[in-house]
Design a protein around this ligand. Structure first.
Ligand code: PLP
Length: 758
């Protein structure tokens, strides 16, 4: 990738918002600096402003085909939606006289502004109609039979012309026929936000009562929009005041916004700079992008049916990757896309795709790529090229297997994978390429198989620490022929292996290159629970476990102890297992539990004893076995199962304490780097993100999957100043918190991340 490509951004999130077209920005600037009048003023400056406003209104009418009715300027579509809903429901409340309880209908895939406003006004106006979502089919098309059945009783029906997540385009004439043949009187709002500039509208020749539009979705400024109101449709002002917009919408008009919209209308009416491509060209762009995506990610699934969507939206999932992973990957390549709707980017899964009946995994992994009519062939070519780079970056870090790549990174040490609150560990001995997997999770099977093949790993064992209650082990799916033939117990531990005696305990171990994995029976959480310590083979031969990592299953969890209220649990045995592990490992050895509910990665007995009094009391022998059992029952009674639909393996206590680390911003970063000696600047993003785009000055790349490995290596140097940086500041803050908790006392992170550092 050239330097230029690294710097320039390709914005493919037009359904969230668009940049302002240069001609529109110029027009807005002029109204701020020269033609800045208030349209209500009667002097010349005011009259000029009014002229811009009325000219814009005239063009709006032409663009949407509104030869009659009202066109009122608003702050955006959300205000247009309020205006429409308030007007319709206020009237409907007075009209309705049926015995039957009325309903209000809206499409299940509608933008949240619609159902939320319906709920709000239904409540405020004291109507208490039943608000019903109209189901959609797998393509997002409204269920006409449902509408035919329900609409006779509907005060109002709200539908959308084009969906913002999928681009699905409703057949408005069919919809009109079904609505009006069953209820000629009901009020009908059509959200036209995503249709403007992409779909021909001839609104007066329909019976649509209200149609809200937004400027910022089509290269005008934010804060400007308009709403069409049919001639006979009822109207109630949503904003009262100085009587602007003929008293229909008060408040001084947003003239710069209007001027920008004016320019966009020129483009739509063929009187502008020719910035907008026609439908055939946009369809060609979509085909090109779809092909580039399919070539880069052959397993891709498209979530929208191109045959009934506008050409500017592609919605897809790449099996095996979360939406966040793809979003971060694309962001690193400076391609901006979104996961689901921008307004709900914190929410996992898309209610739109859920309503279409798509599998949950597909909905959770959904990425929306959207462009506008001002997209250029050059931009699309560039995007296609970068999509190929993104796939290659995944190949370099072995997240997809690309045989033709020669300079793949070489894995060495511990990798921590997570699915929800569950952890899975892969340890690789760098020299011999021998590896073990601990706590295999079904969701990771494909990813692990790819890594093993791509890295040429020789898998020595796949082992669970116990029979898990919250998930099924995927151990057997990972075994090669050799391992399948090997005799093991039900957890995957080999039947025939060497043993050694440590502190009077005979312990079995297996070799992984220059390391040994030593098994210690630690029953309690379940009868079959084991812990496994990884240490150097030579040290073990010398009679010590100088453990690098101990995979302790659900014996000690971060902030708690594993639950012992299963049928196969034994609290008394847990007490002895805890003291045994302590006597073998000491306080400071790194523990890798099977769960990490709070993004803490790894822990030590020392760190846990500071916040877990019960554990501290056991290990300092200040608690009798009897009292431990009593207190453990109380602890397990605090378990609130199915947090995020997971069975919790321990009652979380003591995880809320915040540990101190330094927060830097763009301005303080430089001073911090200058005033601290020997600072290590660490990029916390995943290696493929790092490979796509990073600043020269980073000393290291430590993704969260490798934080445990970094902690083990860095443990002797806890006072080394570290500055952690990621894309948005969220991963670096999580890592900084985890390091600070383990006693790293010179940790800083860049708040706001890369995004704000430029
Ligand atoms: N309706 C749809 C379909 C949208 O996509 C959006 C914006 O995301 C809105 C309504 C809200 O528009 P505005 O941001 O102008 O209030």
């Amino acid at each position: 990738m050239t330097e230029q490509q690294q710097l320039s951004q390709i914005y493919l999130d037009a359904n969230a918002t668009t940049p302002v077209l240069p001609a529109a920005a110029q027009a807005a600037l002029e109204t701020m600096q020269t033609q800045f009048g208030n349209p209500s003023s009667s002097h010349i400056t005011g009259l000029q402003a009014k002229q811009i406003m009325e000219q814009t209104r005239g063009k709006a009418r032409k663009v949407i085909g509104a030869s009659s009715g009202q066109v009122i300027f608003t702050s955006g579509a959300t205000e247009g939606i309020q205006t429409a809903i308030l007007s319709a429901l206020y009237q409907a409340k007075h009209n309705y006289s049926s015995e039957k309880k009325p309903c209000i209908l809206y499409g299940a895939t509608e933008h949240k502004a619609v159902p939320e406003s319906l709920k709000h006004w239904n409540h405020i106006l004291d109507i208490h109609a039943e608000i019903k979502a109209i189901p959609v089919d797998k393509d997002g098309m409204l269920d006409m039979d449902y509408i035919a059945k329900e609409v006779p009783n509907a005060l109002m029906i709200c539908t959308m012309a084009v969906n913002n997540e999928t681009g699905a385009e409703q057949d408005l004439s069919k919809l009109e026929q079904v609505i009006r043949s069953n209820n000629p009187e009901t009020f009908w709002m059509v959200d036209c936000v995503q249709a403007l500039g992409k779909v021909e509208l001839d609104i007066t020749n329909t019976s649509i009562d209200y149609a809200p539009f937004s400027g910022h979705k089509l290269y005008a400024m934010k804060g400007i929009g308009f709403v069409y109101i049919r001639e006979q449709a009822p109207f109630t002002p949503f904003i009262a005041g100085g009587g602007q917009e003929s008293g229909l919408r008060s408040g001084t008009e947003n003239l710069p916004g209007l001027a920008s919209l004016n320019m966009i209308f020129d483009e739509l009416l063929g009187q502008g700079t020719g910035a907008f491509a026609d439908k055939a060209t946009l369809t060609h762009y979509r085909a090109q992008l779809a092909e580039a995506l399919t070539t880069a990610f052959p397993t891709i699934v498209f979530n929208n049916n191109f045959a009934c969507s506008v050409p500017t939206t592609l919605n897809f999932a790449i099996p095996g990757f979360s939406a966040k992973e793809i979003l971060d990957l694309f962001d690193a390549a400076n391609i901006r896309v979104s996961s689901g709707s921008a307004c709900s980017s914190k929410v996992t899964g898309s209610f739109v795709l859920d309503a279409m009946g798509l599998p949950r995994a597909q909905s959770e992994a959904a990425i929306r790529l959207s462009f506008g009519p001002a997209a250029t062939q050059h931009e699309i070519n560039d995007a296609c090229e970068r999509i190929a780079y993104c796939a290659k970056a995944l190949g370099h870090s072995c997240l997809v297997n690309m045989n033709e790549l020669d300079n793949k990174s070489t894995l060495d040490g511990l990798v921590q994978f997570k699915v929800g609150g569950s952890c899975c560990w892969l340890f690789v001995d760098g020299d011999s390429r021998e590896a073990v997997i601990i706590e295999p999770l079904a969701e990771l099977t494909q990813r692990l198989l790819t890594v093993i093949e791509c890295q040429g790993l020789k898998l020595k064992a796949v082992i669970d620490t116990h029979g898990h209650a919250d998930h099924a082990s995927s151990r057997t799916q990972l075994l090669n022929d050799e391992l399948t033939a090997q005799k093991t117990d039900h957890l995957g531990w080999p039947k025939h292996c060497e043993t050694t005696v440590i502190a009077g305990h005979q312990l079995a171990f297996i070799e992984v290159g220059q390391f040994a994995l030593v098994k210690v029976a630690t029953p309690g959480h379940t009868e079959d629970s084991i812990s496994m310590s990884l240490c150097h083979k030579d040290e073990l031969a010398a009679g010590k476990i100088n453990s690098l990592y101990t995979f302790c299953g659900d014996l000690v969890l971060m902030g708690t102890l594993g639950r012992t209220n299963f049928e196969s649990s034994d609290t008394q045995k847990m007490y002895h297992s805890l003291t045994l592990l302590h006597s073998l490992l000491g306080n400071d050895s790194l523990l890798c539990p099977s769960h990490d509910y709070n993004n803490e990665f790894v822990t030590t007995l020392d760190a846990e004893m500071k916040r877990n009094k019960l554990l501290a009391d056991v290990l300092t022998q200040s608690l009798s076995l009897k009292t431990f059992i009593e207190q453990k029952v109380q602890l397990d009674n605090q378990i609130h199962d199915e947090k995020n639909q997971e069975i919790m393996c321990g009652a979380l206590t003591g995880c809320t304490q915040k540990h101190h680390f330094i927060e830097l911003n763009k301005d303080t970063l430089q001073t911090h780097l200058e005033t601290h000696q020997n600072v290590q600047l660490i990029d916390i993003r995943e290696p493929h993100e790092y490979a796509l785009n990073h600043a020269q000055q980073f000393d290291k790349n430590v993704p969260l999957t490798r934080l445990a490995d970094f902690i083990a290596a860095q443990k002797p140097h806890k006072s080394q100043p570290l500055v952690l940086v990621c894309r948005s500041g969220s991963r670096s803050s999580v890592a900084a918190q985890a390091l600070a908790r383990l006693g790293f006392d010179q940790v800083a992170h860049l708040k706001g991340g890369y995004a704000l550092a430029h």
